[in-house]
Design a protein around this ligand. Structure first.
Ligand code: GUN
Length: 357
C-alpha cells in the first residue's frame, strides 16, 4: 500500500466555519476531523454548477448516493485472474513468475508492506525472493543485491521498498533496477516513457495503475473528460496524471501551491486525491456525479476505536458520497489494488521475458 506524499502538517487544526464557503487560498487540511462538520451545513454546495453540467454526467446520477467502488472486490477478481494465468504459464512452459523485494532497515510499516506482498505472491503462485539489509547498509551493497536479481532468470520483477534510509540516494538505487524488471515502474526511463506521446513504459507504477483499473472496471469514461489529480508525488500523483492524460482526459494537477484548489477540483469529472491530508477534499469541492478515487490513508484520533485511531482518506467520504457519482472508500478502495497491480506487473514481466501470450 502506498502512503501518499505528505503536505506540511499544519501547526493548528481548525474546523471549517459552520456557514459560508471555506477560504480558497490554500489546501487547508482537516487533520483529526471526523468530517462531522458535514452536518453543520448542506454537504453539497454545488452552486457554481449548471443543470447542464449535471446532465452531461447523467450516467452517474448526483441525486442518488454515490456508487461505492469496492477496491477489495476488484483486487480479489484481479488476483483470481492472475492465479489462473500463472498456472496456465507454468503448465505450458514450466515458468513460474518471480518477484524479488529488497528491504533496507527495519521500519515497521515497510516490513508490513513487504510481508503482505510476499503473502499475496504465494496466494497466486508467484515465487517471491527477499533481501533484508540492515539500516546502515551502503548504497553499493543495495546495488549489489539489485545486480544479482537483475541477472537471476527466476526473478522477473524487482522492487526496492521505499522509503530508503536517509543516507541513501533513491535515484542511484532505482536507476540500478533493470527497466525490464522494474515492476514498480519507478525507473526514470519507465516514467519518461509514460510521459511521452507514442511511447509506452515497460511498467506503470502500481497505485496509479490500480486507480485506472478501478475507473475502467466501473465503466467510468475517461476520454474527453476533465480530471484533477490532487498531489504530485513521484509514486502516485505525477504518474496518475500522466496515465489520465494518456487515456485522453484533460488533466489538472492541484498541489500545495495551487491558489484555488476547490474551484479547480469542482470542474472535474474524475478526481484522484493522493496528497496524504485527512479529509482535505470536502463535499463542496466535488462536481455532482464525479468519480472520486481516494488514495489517501491517514490515521486520525478516534477514542471509540479499540486502537485509538481510524483510517480516513484525503476525501471527506461522508460529504463526498452525497455528491459524487462513484467513490472509493478508505480503507477498502485503492489500497488493495496496489498489491494486485504489483502481481499483475510481475506476471506481465514474466510473460514478456518468455514471450508467452
Ligand atoms: N513504499 C510505499 N509505497 C511503495 C510502492 O508502491 N513501492 C515501493 N517500492 N515502495 C513503496
Amino acid at each position: 500500500m502506498v502512503p501518499a506524499a505528505r503536505l506540511p502538517v499544519p501547526l493548528a487544526v481548525r474546523p471549517p466555519p459552520p456557514h459560508g464557503p471555506r477560504p480558497i487560498a490554500s489546501l487547508r487540511p482537516l487533520l483529526g476531523s471526523p468530517c462531522i462538520y458535514a452536518t453543520l451545513r448542506p454537504a453539497a454546495a454545488p452552486l457554481v454548477l449548471t443543470r447542464r453540467g449535471a446532465k452531461e454526467h447523467a450516467t452517474i446520477s448526483a441525486d442518488a448516493p454515490a456508487k461505492v467502488i469496492d477496491g477489495k472486490l476488484v483486487a480479489k477478481q484481479v488476483r483470481e485472474e492472475i492465479a489462473v494465468e500463472v498456472a496456465r504459464m507454468k503448465d505450458a512452459i514450466g515458468v513460474v513468475p518471480g518477484l524479488a523485494v529488497i528491504l533496507v532497515g527495519s521500519r515497521k510499516d515497510s516490513q508490513t508492506y513487504v510481508r503482505n506482498k510476499k503473502k499475496a505472491c504465494e496466494a497466486v503462485g508467484i515465487q517471491s525472493f527477499e533481501a533484508n539489509l540492515p539500516e546502515d547498509s551502503s548504497e553499493e551493497e543495495v546495488i549489489k543485491h539489485i545486480a544479482s536479481f537483475n541477472s537471476d532468470p527466476s526473478v522477473h520483477g524487482i522492487l526496492v521498498q521505499l522509503p530508503l534510509p536517509r543516507h541513501m540516494n533513491d535515484e542511484n538505487i532505482l536507476n540500478a533496477v533493470g527497466i525490464e524488471k522494474d515492476v514498480d515502474g519507478f525507473h526514470p526511463l519507465n516514467i519518461g516513457r509514460l510521459a511521452m506521446q507514442g511511447r509506452d513504459p515497460f511498467f506503470v507504477p502500481c497505485t496509479p495503475k490500480g486507480c485506472m483499473e478501478l475507473l475502467h472496471r466501473h465503466g467510468v469514461e475517461i476520454k474527453g473528460k476533465r480530471a484533477v489529480v490532487i498531489g504530485r508525488s513521484n509514486i502516485v500523483g505525477m504518474p496518475a496524471a500522466l496515465l489520465l492524460q494518456k487515456a485522453n482526459a484533460t488533466v489538472s494537477i492541484v498541489h500545495s501551491q495551487t491558489k484555488n484548489p476547490e474551484e479547480i477540483t469542482r470542474q472535474a469529472d474524475i478526481v484522484i486525491a493522493a496528497v496524504g491530508v485527512a479529509n482535505l477534499v470536502r463535499g463542496n469541492w466535488i462536481k455532482p456525479g464525479a468519480a472520486i478515487i481516494d488514495v489517501g490513508i491517514n490515521p486520525v484520533d478516534d477514542p471509540e476505536s479499540p486502537r485509538g485511531y481510524r483510517l480516513v482518506g484525503d476525501v471527506c467520504y461522508e460529504e463526498a458520497s452525497k455528491v459524487a457519482g462513484a467513490i472509493t472508500p478508505v480503507p477498502g478502495g485503492v489500497g488493495p489494488m496496489t498489491i494486485a497491480m504489483l502481481l499483475a506487473n510481475t506476471l506481465e514481466s514474466a510473460k514478456r521475458i518468455h514471450n508467452f501470450k
